[in-house]
Design a protein around this ligand. Structure first.
Ligand SMILES: Cc1cc2nc3c(=O)[nH]c(=O)nc-3n(C[C@H](O)[C@H](O)[C@H](O)COP(=O)(O)OP(=O)(O)OC[C@H]3O[C@@H](n4cnc5c(N)ncnc54)[C@H](O)[C@@H]3O)c2cc1C
Length: 419
């Protein structure tokens, strides 16, 4: 029998909200199997009203809850199993969080690159890209995916891979939310028993020159290294840097140029299993992380872009700028191999603020012309312009063809709808 939680039921308070928003759905259905997901979908379609699909509930777009509708919450589907020890294949449920995944893979010396937050769910991140701290060494999360199980709008449970429903498999890796509910993902994990992990804190009085130098340093680093920088408007910055391997001398050499970028307020480097890099875990959601986010990709953090980003940081109260490295192994994959097509850029930059969206949009309009593409998982709002930035014309065209066949009624229109 389906587990359906309604207002007034004891667990309702724990399941109504997500990380970035509050909600008041009429029903939260918690399936335990793909057959139950299909049943939940049928029920939701028969009932009518808004529908939300939730895995970890950490979506920046806040679309995993609603008011008065149905939420299909995959939190109970969170197993992490090793399918084939010889081939390092693992099967992961969408409701698992990336911290749990990393912990489960650790005894086998394996890792799947995810994002920087352990609290983020497998379903949301694994269907869009997965820009993580093993990215330049091992690629995006979706680049490790070899198969997925998905419930489509007609209620069918399908296993998709390079040979079976290849179009759907292509779409799942970049635009999964548009084509169905992913109920399991098979990944070929990387052998990464330990990583060297550096955390640096800087005093940054002038963000623009810091960003330009940061960009050049990242691009000159060996591809074992991936670095994320977080700049606040108060003159401080933090860096998370991972060297994907346990050669501490090589890691030290790779880390060294970063320490010269600005006066250091703190520094720490440790050799740890990958799961120690991920912060955040499973915890109650109550809309604790509200705010607005805009992002884009860039090939280089050149002077014009760095200056625009520096101006934005100075003009938005309480803003934070996040600069995540991509490139390396991410760009070894052809742009048309997955529905995530951004394979020539070296950085993703995201700005977040609690200031009104009108202020953010105004400031972002000055930055956007210097950017090249967009990651839908770092956008808190949707617009046709953002859709076009996320999916270049050939990708969007192919996605729409697939969408027409697999979801003609546009059931899955919640998150960056391509139709
Ligand atoms: C603190 C924080 C840090 C982050 N850091 C990174 C990072 O470093 N790198 C990175 O790549 N991303 C990062 N993200 C973005 C993250 O990848 C997205 O927000 C992602 O959607 C969250 O996944 P979730 O399962 O928790 O989300 P949910 O809120 O559960 O879902 C988000 C949306 O994804 C879709 N969806 C969810 N599950 C499924 C499914 N099983 N099948 C089909 N569609 C589904 C639905 O449309 C849903 O509305 C971060 C987000 C946060 C909040």
């Amino acid at each position: 029998m389906l587990d359906i939680i309604r207002p007034g039921d004891r667990p309702y308070e724990e399941v109504r909200h997500v990380y970035t928003a509050t909600g008041s759905p009429a029903a939260v259905i918690r399936p335990r199997t793909s057959a139950e997901v299909a049943e939940a979908l049928r029920l939701a379609r028969d009932t009518g009203g808004p529908l939300a699909i939730r895995s970890g509930g950490h979506g920046i777009s806040s679309r995993a809850t609603n008011d008065g509708g149905t939420v299909i919450d995959l939190a109970e589907m969170r197993s992490v199993e090793r399918i084939d020890p010889g081939d390092d294949l693992v099967r992961i449920g969408p409701g698992a969080r990336w911290a749990e995944v990393a912990r489960s893979l650790r005894p086998w010396g394996l890792a799947v690159s995810s994002g920087d937050s352990g609290g983020v769910g497998v379903g949301g991140l694994g269907t869009t890209a997965g820009i993580g701290l093993l990215g330049r060494a091992h690629g995006l999360t979706i680049d490790h995916m070899v198969a997925a199980e998905i419930v489509t709008a007609d209620g069918q449970v399908r296993t998709v891979d390079a040979e079976h429903d290849p179009d759907l498999f292509w779409a799942v890796r970049g635009a999964g939310a548009n084509v169905g509910i992913v109920t399991a993902m098979d990944f070929r994990a990387a052998r990464v028993p330990r990583v060297a992990h550096a955390t640096l804190q800087f005093q940054v009085d002038r963000p623009a020159p810091f960003l330009e130098a940061w960009g050049a340093t990242v691009e000159n680093a060996p591809r074992e290294l991936t670095a994320f920088a977080y700049l606040g408007s108060g003159g401080h910055a933090m860096a998370l840097i991972v060297y994907a391997g346990d050669d501490t001398e090589a890691a030290e050499r790779a880390f060294a140029p970063f320490a010269d970028l600005a006066p250091l307020l703190g520094q720490r480097a440790v050799l740890v299993p990958y799961d120690a890099v991920l912060v955040g875990a499973r915890g109650p959601h109550y809309g604790q992380q509200t705010g607005h986010v805009r992002n884009g990709f860039a090939v280089h953090l050149d002077r014009p872009l760095s200056e625009r980003l520096g101006t934005l940081l100075g003009s938005l109260p309480g803003a934070m700028l996040q600069v995540r490295a991509v490139g390396g192994a991410v760009n070894d994959v052809p742009a048309d191999a997955t529905a995530f097509a951004h394979r020539h850029q070296n950085f993703n930059v995201a700005a977040m603020t609690h200031a009104p969206t009108s202020l953010l949009d105004k400031a972002w309009e000055d930055v956007r012309p210097a950017l090249d593409g967009l990651y839908l998982s770092f956008e808190s709002a949707f617009s046709p312009q953002r859709l076009a930035d996320a999916f270049p014309p050939p990708t969007l065209h192919r996605l729409r063809e697939i969408k027409r066949k697999v979801d003609p009624d546009n059931v899955f229109h919640q998150n960056f709808p391509v139709a």
